[in-house]
Design a protein around this ligand. Sequence first.
Ligand code: GLA
Ligand code: ZN
Length: 670
Amino acid sequence: MRPRLGVAYYPEQWPRGRWETDARLMAEAGLAVVRIGEFAWVELEPSAGTFDFGWLDDAIEILVANELAVMLGTPTAAPPAWLIEAHPEILPRRADGRVHPFGHRRHYCPNQPAMREASRRIVAALADRYGTDPRVESWQIDNELMGRCVCAVCRVRFQDWLRERYGSIEALNESWGTAFWSQRYDDFAQIPPPELGTAAATLFRTHAPNPSLALDFRRFTSDSHIAYLRLQVDELRSRGTAQPITTNLMGFKFGEIDYHRLAAELDVVAWDNYPALDRSGHWSGSALAADAMRGLKNKPVWIVEQQVGALGWEILHTPRRGQMRLHTYQAIAHGAELVGYFRWRTARHGTEQHWYGVIDAHGRVGRRYRELAELSKEIDALGDVLAEATVVSPAALLHDYDSRFALQVQPTNPSLAYEESAQRHYEALRTLGIGVDVISPDADLSSYRLVTAANLYVVDESVVASLRAYVEGGGTLVLAPRAGVKDRSNVVPELPFPTLLADLAGVEVADVASLLDDDPVRISGVDGAPDGEFRGWFEQIEPKGAHVLALYAEGDFAETPAVTIHSVGDGRVVYIAGVADLATLRNLYQAVAPDAGLVTAALPDGVECVQLRGQAPLLMFLNHADGERRVSLDGAKRDLITGVEHEQSIRLAPFGVALLAPVRAAVETA
Ligand code: GLA
Ligand code: ZN
């Protein structure tokens, strides 16, 4: 599908007399999709069971009259005051005992019967009215599902969830090892939701929970949100709703819900993209998020919220001039077929007055509106070029929620933090010009030349079997420290690390060191392999069939192997025994690339390159730096955005974008 642009609109927050103008301005700017209805619960159901759809009908009518497609939200992220008054138990209870009060949003527990009942009622009413309405193109359920609750209902539901998983209390005791600290349970009813902080917040915390309990509670919380989502999907479908259904996810950095499982409930993955909020400050943050969201279904995604202007609640982050366009192209290159901006107009009231929309609170068009209108023309002029283009990814990064949850429970050393480790490996590959899919360890790996498991902390036999088949078939697998430390119950297997992965890696861990200073430890390459540095976490390993690529050059493990490579079948497994910094990882990936069959590229600092396959092979260059960059080309190419031909190199303006096709193919598609 050709990429389309859209916007989030809240007609209920603006006078009725303004809607026509808004719709006309949207259409004139070239927007195609408008998302409405999310959060408007009290406007749609002013009191229990009394509905008012008149205003929504009008809004839809006006939008559609302007040839705008409507995405309709279910409003359940904002339960009205009347519902909370009747059922205060809906308010979620945090682990510290605090109750999330009315007056914000997301103030509900997904397991509370009254909330589920009320949700079913409003969703049923919406489904009956709009489920087969051709004016409505798609549905968004709720908004940014998240939050942990330990209320009385969640406690009982958690116990039911455990009963289902373990069958008997004996099996649970056995699996969790409750002989530790006298934790044996006689009955599921005795099991509490755990304290939800992390054990490492201070060095010694009396309330650090049993890690098996804590991991199960994280899974339960994730499942609770998924079950709540499913309740709405079922309600819509059982009433004949025909349009595609989605919900808006939050990219890669949000780690409370197993998005692989959640995505299975959706027709299409949608997500919210705010690059300016990425604390890493590097373009690989938003790129990783985009690849992780596409990887949930391995299909094009919709971005239903994308930053357009300054944003923030208390503190403002302002995107630089040109970044709205840059991030839109980045999103499209990574697989978005819809980019919907947040929000149409800056709010005059409420928490998000500082979240700047396409137009300002005063309602007149300005710089952002004009830029967006230009951008939409530019994308339109590309015709079908991007419609059929898909990302080329010779490499994959495994993204495993159990490993992520288990590391939240016991972070062990800050250098092992899941999100940062994943981003470092991802960034190392991407800055070498290698496309990376971000996928579940259960996914089919056969199409990848290299698979990296930056943080495969939890493993089981089936993942190991799939990795083995992949490597034997000629693949290159990269394992980093703390691989295979836990099984699915968050229990340490009775094997030397990396336990179930030791055979594949051809190494055994003999000793570990965790240092809390940030001092690097040098490693030196053997036989032409690169030197490098580790920080924070170090393992002393003994090769059991693997060859040494690098040795520790100093420290307690000096002269012992730091990086190894093991031939298995037609492929190979690299084991990195410490937390390598970005430069070290880049050099390592560069060194293994030829054997893996990967071609690397030299890209200037700040320049992202996305390879696309469409009618012709395409290259999108995105300059994330605020200075000019020059990229050399391996043959004449035409920039499909400007129409200009470039012989040997192309100059990218600050935050500039180029979409290059080989000259011949470009002529054919023009
Ligand atoms: C999220 C929400 C939006 C809005 C923005 C800005 O992405 O989905 O409703 O609140 O953040 O805070
Ligand atoms: Zn609850």
